[in-house]
Design a protein around this ligand. Structure first.
Ligand SMILES: [Zn+2]
Length: 380
């Protein structure tokens, strides 16, 4: 039994105050939270605050070798072009080492679970050895309709490798501008494929493509020699164009949402799926120099989660750093709300709230110590 007290304890949804003691079994399972006067002897005092382990709902661990490679502020199409042209590592060892270092950085920063985008099997062995819970989102892309079946087969091969090793995974679309209508239909028809995630409305050009058939993605397709003559704009926002392909989705984690409007939020939340809005503010600042309109999501009572995105578009893989950025631009948002996005909501989005996200009896959520504007994993 370990008994911990702190300057304050955040339980996943609220601060409980300084007069509480978190009691844990030896393996980290939560036994109880009790008033100090009930806790008896041997209570260890931790400086700062205690919080359940952080849940990073959007990362690309396999891009960890690209730290500092892509210039900041280029906008999304130019960012994607650089990533696609320069993602091949000089040697496999460089990538493997970068992946292990990035996973260790996240562990030290108090991250206990990650929703991680995969185009390849590069992260497989690191995930097998890691103390972190990984849900691997095996990504599928192909904007040309006729390659839809072939692209799905390729992604299924990657999916099969993760599934064969017993690693939690699902098959997901990359983004509205990189998935054809046929590929969306194929992905939307897969049963028990949950949770789903997609990069959503990360730049204004994405909506321009679907609303009017123009914007910077046309040059992006030209650059890669893609014939998109089969594409016709829907006249709607990107979100309102692709979401109907997933009428049976259970959980949908929409990532970035930098240009999402109130109308889009209502459209999504009126559907049958549980919608989670994953914000990656540091990556948005890196790529687009803009943050999502977070107060609009709050007014619409959107369920928000947080992600770091990858080291290609971020300087660190730290949820506390993401929280700090939001506090800088939106100081009116209570810290308890931000911490709930990083813990309770993230666990719900990844379907792991039976173990992670809150200090409830029987869960084993990990512990973060927050002190002097830093967060780190707290070992008992
Ligand atoms: Zn991403």
């Amino acid at each position: 039994m370990t008994k911990l007290t702190a300057d304050d304890i955040f339980d996943g949804q609220r601060f409980l105050g300084p007069d509480r003691v978190l009691i844990l079994e030896d393996d980290g399972t939560v036994s109880a939270i009790v008033p100090r006067s009930w806790a008896g002897e041997d209570v260890r005092k931790i400086d700062g605050w205690l919080c359940p382990g952080f849940i990073n709902t959007h990362c690309h661990l396999e891009l960890s070798h690209m730290k500092g490679v892509v210039p900041e502020g280029t906008g999304l199409p130019a960012f994607l072009t650089t990533v696609m042209e320069r993602r091949q590592p000089a040697t496999p060892d460089i990538l493997e080492e970068a992946i292990l270092d990035a996973a260790e950085e996240m562990r030290q920063e108090g991250i206990v679970a990650v929703g991680d985008i995969c185009n390849t099997t590069a992260t497989l062995s690191a995930k097998q050895q890691s103390p972190i819970y990984w849900h691997s989102f095996i990504e599928c892309m192909g904007f040309i309709d006729k390659v839809a079946h072939q692209r799905l087969e390729q992604s299924l091969t990657v999916y099969g490798r993760f599934a064969a090793d017993g690693l939690p995974c699902s098959l997901v679309p990359h983004a509205p501008y990189s998935v054809s209508s046929t590929l969306f239909q194929l992905l939307g028809s897969i049963e028990n494929n949950t949770p789903l995630t997609i990069h959503n409305q990360e730049c204004a050009d994405e909506d321009a493509l679907f609303q009017n058939g123009n914007g910077a993605f046309l040059e992006f397709y030209r650059h890669f020699g893609m014939d998109i003559s089969g594409f016709s704009p829907s006249g709607k926002s990107s979100l309102q164009t692709y979401l109907p392909y997933f009428p049976h989705a259970d959980k949908l984690l929409l990532v970035h949402n930098t240009y999402t409007t109130m109308a889009d939020i209502h459209f999504a939340q009126e559907g049958a799926a549980s919608i989670y809005w994953c914000l990656c503010p540091n990556a948005n600042a890196y790529i687009e120099k803009r943050l999502p309109d977070i107060p609009t999501f709050l007014r619409a009572e959107g369920r928000i989660t947080l992600g770091t995105d990858s080291l290609a578009s971020n300087h660190r893989l730290s949820l506390w750093s993401e929280i700090s950025t939001i506090r800088k631009y939106y100081p009116e948002i209570p810290l308890a709300a931000l911490l709930q996005w990083a813990t309770y909501n993230g666990a719900e989005a990844l379907g792991i709230s039976g173990v992670y996200g809150s200090f409830e009896k029987g869960k084993r959520p990990g512990i973060v110590q927050i002190q002097d504007d830093h967060a780190k994993a707290c070992t008992i």
